[in-house]
Design a binder for this molecule. Structure first.
Ligand SMILES: C[S@@+](CC[C@H](N)C(=O)[O-])C[C@H]1O[C@@H](n2cnc3c(N)ncnc32)[C@H](O)[C@@H]1O
Length: 253
């Protein structure tokens, strides 16, 4: 009788239920290597919990105005000139662009910012509002520009969120769009740097608790040494101090 009722789906099949529960538990316990919260989801989470200005600042690491100014100063120190064409990869909500748009170079500098999150680009474009400055959405590691047109390409806190292969592809792209002598400024988390180790440890704690967060990739001078060699770029400085990260300055020959 019981099996007839089971067949007619009038009472639940205990074995099937047990199997279902076992599968659910296994899925929960499954270790997912390289699991990461996509940046667009990170942005959406921040927008759900904060006012737009705060969310847009937190999404790029906070201190929107202060840090933007510090990044602008770094670029000048690393060789940016008033009439240059700067390409800002992973420009986010425009922290650097906003500082540049308020600087005395606002009318002479040419600027392209690219990112993968439309909301951040829209915020950046509206905040900076400079004629001729472009903020463009990208879906792959490509820079929407022709060859040899730019004097500088910067990646602030971007390689941190990319797989090493993607960073390499972007470096290749940066070399393509730069004119000879043009520079790449790339900040990175350095696994050998004690203050960065604290970030790594915090990430270990998150991983243990299976908390979702954007991926942090840690690099080292060695990565840049190999990449520079493969791409025929010259390293001008490998470990320049930066606002919380290390910076590698590379030059196209
Ligand atoms: C920590 S934020 C830094 C933003 C900005 N560079 C700054 O310092 O204010 C990292 C940025 O990288 C962007 N990003 C992540 N993956 C990317 C990719 N594949 N191509 C371009 N940008 C990317 C994110 O959307 C985010 O805006």
């Amino acid at each position: 009788m019981k099996s007839l009722l089971r067949k007619l789906h009038l009472i639940p099949d205990e074995r099937a239920l047990k199997e279902e529960r076992r599968a659910e538990k296994a899925a929960r316990n499954q270790v997912r290597p390289n699991a990461r919260l996509p940046y667009a989801d990170h942005m959406a989470n921040l927008l759900a919990k904060n006012d737009p200005g705060t969310a847009m600042s937190l999404a790029v690491g906070g201190d929107y105005e202060l840090m933007g100014e510090a990044l602008r100063e770094r670029l000048v120190r690393f060789g940016l000139q008033p009439n240059d064409y700067l390409i800002d990869v992973g420009c986010g909500s425009g922290r650097l662009a906003f500082a540049l748009a308020r600087s005395p170079w606002r009318d002479s500098l040419r600027y392209l910012g690219i990112d993968i999150v439309p909301e951040m680009l829209a915020f950046a474009a509206q905040k900076c509002a400079r004629p001729g400055w472009r903020f463009e959405l990208v879906a792959e590691p490509k820079i929407p520009e022709t060859d040899g047109v730019a004097q500088m390409v910067c990646f602030f806190s971007v390689f941190t969120h990319l797989l090493e292969e993607e960073s390499f592809l972007y470096l290749e792209e940066a070399r393509r769009v730069l004119q000879p002598g043009g520079r790449i400024v790339a900040s990175y988390l350095d696994i050998a740097e004690p203050s960065h180790w604290e970030i790594f440890e915090a990430n270990v704690r998150s991983a243990r608790l299976r908390q979702e967060k954007p991926m942090d990739i840690f690099l080292s001078e060695d990565f840049f040494a190999v990449w520079a060699k493969k791409l025929d770029l010259e390293i001008l400085e490998a470990r320049a101090p930066d606002c919380g990260q290390r910076t590698c300055i590379l030059q196209k020959r």
